[in-house]
Design a protein around this ligand. Sequence first.
Ligand SMILES: Nc1ncnc2c1ncn2[C@@H]1O[C@H](COP(=O)(O)OP(=O)(O)OP(=O)(O)O)[C@@H](O)[C@H]1O
Length: 472
Amino acid sequence: MTQQSYPAFGILLVDDEPAWLKSLSLTLRSCAGLSNVATCQDSREVLGLLAQGGIGMVMLDLTMPHLSGEELLKQIGEQFPEITTIVVSGLNQLETAVRCMKLGAFDYFIKTDEEDRIVGGVLRAVRMKEMQQDYQEISSRFASGELRHPEAFTAIVTGDRAMLNVFAYAEAVAKSPQPLLITGESGVGKELVAQAVHRLSGCRGKLVTVNVAGLDDTVFSDTLFGHVRGAFTGAEQLRRGMIEEAADGTLFLDEIGDLSIASQVKLLRLLQEGEFFPVGCDQPKRLKARIIAATHQNLAEKETLGTFRRDLFYRLRTHQLHVPPLRERPGDIPLLLEHFLGEAAQTLGKKKPTPPRELAQLLATYNFPGNVRELKAMIYDAVSIHRDRMLSMDSFAKAVGQPRPGSAEKAAPRQNPFAGFIDLPTFSDAAGLLVAEAMHRANGNQTLAARLLGISQPALNKRLKMMRAEPV
Ligand SMILES: Nc1ncnc2c1ncn2[C@@H]1O[C@H](COP(=O)(O)OP(=O)(O)OP(=O)(O)O)[C@@H](O)[C@H]1O
């Protein structure tokens, strides 16, 4: 996407008629935004040109002097199997088309076909080729297992294997012009990942973020596509949409799961055709930005319920990254704690406090529905009220012990876990099981287990001694 010309690989047009070569190049440039196009009039030169490298696709005439198109097709298939070949011929014969397909042609067009058909076919082939290249890149990155640009991820604190896999994938698809979908619960760091992908893309344009939640279809169109002067009452000035703001860069569409069906249709058209119409304008403009979309919602479920279009879902997830929730990467909690303590202290102009040893363990017992954002807020909160050298556990214990406002735990009356039992355990058995669970969650730390149970540490110690004397 950094290069001026698109796509990243060259497209070679081969025909002995210069007028056709000129008109096809113009059509590809103006209707499909394909500018990385070279032409060749002499079929004998084609193999030599391909040997120089850089060409990923050939569009070939069949009836040419010297080397016929069919012969060339065969030789390209043998010597350059990675190159996609499309036949564009004056011959409207089914047998010829079938023969070409058998020789490996990706598609077959007749010169008199409508322009839209040819352009659509070429764009399809370009997309397939880009995806092939992306997948090769992905597998080679995973095989090497190393990040080439770890510095792009410095804002994301983690040591987790699954997160490192997310980074490897992000690196592999960063330069792809295909859309990228980032999923994961709220607060896991999806936007940080989008920023890293943009940085790695090498695009010289900006990263432009649009939160599409709550935008009705009219505002969505106006925000993304912009409008011309006089497009509607109040449109006194021309407005460039966010797509244009993000030209040669990345357009990050956050909360994509909330998009209305009408706007989904428009986004799909943008992705499929690579063009859009500013409101009130009948001249299409080309999409020159890479699209990254993110959501905390389950799009597969929404698609089944009919609230998210299947075609858009499949288009968006050409490449997909899932950022795991914090509770699935407890090893990150101490790292994030250290990081945010430093950050909060600096922001609040305080000395970085020392966290008690049990704090990370206490936090590991909590399931963090708000993920890293919630942890960050807890730490900022604690640092803002802290006075001594040692950080107090109190605000954390309070936060992890409380059901979140509006959460299911608060809304639903707590079920008595013994409700379905025919024979109730004895009081001492039940207490023993509760203590065993708290000790397990606290990783054997009595201070922490006592906090979880809401009793003092000596009381817990006494109970443990009793349990050892008469095991449950
Ligand atoms: N691994 C991390 N290291 C450092 N900071 C992080 C990390 N993950 C998230 N954060 C911070 O947590 C907050 C939430 O992150 P972010 O906005 O990227 O999450 P999100 O998944 O995009 O959330 P939402 O779905 O609500 O938009 C931000 O302040 C971000 O800087």
